[in-house]
Write a protein that binds this ligand. Structure first.
Ligand code: MG
Length: 350
């Protein structure tokens, strides 16, 4: 008879409480956390005078990510980055996170270790402390849920509802990179090796676009600088595409807006990788999600202050349109005609 000893390096052998201890042992203590992982609830100290900001996000395997494309280390980073981006979009300071995961029992422990390494690495970069969460087994795929908490003085919190007619519409960084990256990854057919990202890696510009898609940077410092300067009348992070996300500002502010296609900021990599196409595939920049840039509105008299905030934070801020008093979001070509994705030939990209 063969006796198989269970290895401590499998999830089944480790068990739920073993996994929680394994994660907890890697979390650095923070002065704001009075009681962290391990008790029934975490106890944290909010800075006096601050309001608590809370947001939650779910990432589902084969809906939001694919294990074949996404290395667990960058998946860990992205899981927290997208939540931190929501706190940034309110002008908030990210502070604490809760992480819940549902995982198939045969998931390699290395996957979880790499995932946690990425998650905690990003947490440390943004001074966020993991204070709790939950783990359970899944019968189908990995599910990740992150709840983020941040804080800010009530007078500095920026909501989606403050845009006023004639405000400028701005966006940080560049648009369309993540969507173009996704198109590149999806462009490989199923006969390709399973790790499509690895097979694309090394092509000039591709690594940049894939990093924008798989390992986004939340724009905390510039969003905070804009909030502290008191210049942003409304703010949102770009997760679903600039047209849709500015649309949320417009709806909640009771206004509309005009976005100018020719003014959308495109990265050098986006331009060089699409240089051979008959027209620039602006569709990715207007409707592509997951760039996690910050879209905000501001009075025209604050243009100089905004330029200073952006410069100080080392990120571009570009005016891309104007808020109108009539509802609805219009996207216009340079000649004033309405932009339609069909006219730009983005399907030619292969
Ligand atoms: Mg958001």
């Amino acid at each position: 008879m063969t006796v198989t000893l269970s290895s401590p390096y499998t999830l089944t052998a480790l068990g739920e409480f073993g996994l929680i201890s394994r994660i907890a042992s890697r979390v650095a203590p923070h002065e704001s956390v009075i009681t962290g992982i391990g008790d029934d609830a975490a106890v944290t100290a909010l800075t006096p005078g601050m309001r608590l900001l809370t947001s939650t996000d779910m990432l589902l395997e084969n809906v939001h990510f694919r294990r074949a494309w996404h290395h667990p280390h960058t998946l860990g980073r992205k899981s927290l980055a997208v939540s931190i981006s929501d706190i940034a979009a309110m002008g908030g300071i990210p502070r604490w996170a809760l992480l819940s995961v549902a995982i198939p029992s045969d998931l390699p422990l290395d996957f979880i270790d790499d995932f946690m390494r990425g998650f905690l690495e990003l947490a440390s970069e943004y001074n966020v402390t993991l204070i709790g969460g939950d783990t359970c087994s899944s019968r189908s795929g990995v599910t990740i849920s992150v709840t983020i908490m941040g804080e800010q003085s009530p007078d500095l919190i920026v909501c989606r509802s403050g845009a006023r007619p004639d405000d400028d519409i701005w966006v940080t960084g560049t648009l369309g990179d993540a969507a173009l990256g996704l198109t590149l990854v999806e462009g490989f057919n199923s006969s390709q090796p399973p790790d499509r990202c690895r097979s694309l890696s090394g092509v000039e510009g591709v690594d940049f676009l894939l990093s924008r898609l798989l390992n986004p940077t939340p724009r905390v410092s510039v969003a905070l600088a804009l909030a502290e300067a008191g210049v942003a009348t409304a703010m949102i992070d770009v997760s679903d595409g600039i047209r849709a996300d500015f649309g949320h500002i417009a709806e909640l502010s009771g206004v509309g807006g005009t976005l100018l296609i020719a003014d959308l900021p495109l990265s050098d990599m986006f331009r060089s990788l699409t240089a051979d196409l008959p027209v620039i595939p602006y569709y990715h920049a207007i409707s592509g999600g997951e760039d996690y840039e910050i879209c905000f509105t501001a009075d025209y008299s604050d243009r100089e202050k905004i330029a200073d905030c952006a410069k100080k934070c080392g990120i571009a801020a570009t005016r891309i349109g104007i808020v109108t008093k009539f509802s609805g979001v219009k996207v216009l070509n340079r000649d004033g005609t309405p932009f339609t994705a069909r006219t730009e030939g983005f399907n030619h990209f292969t």
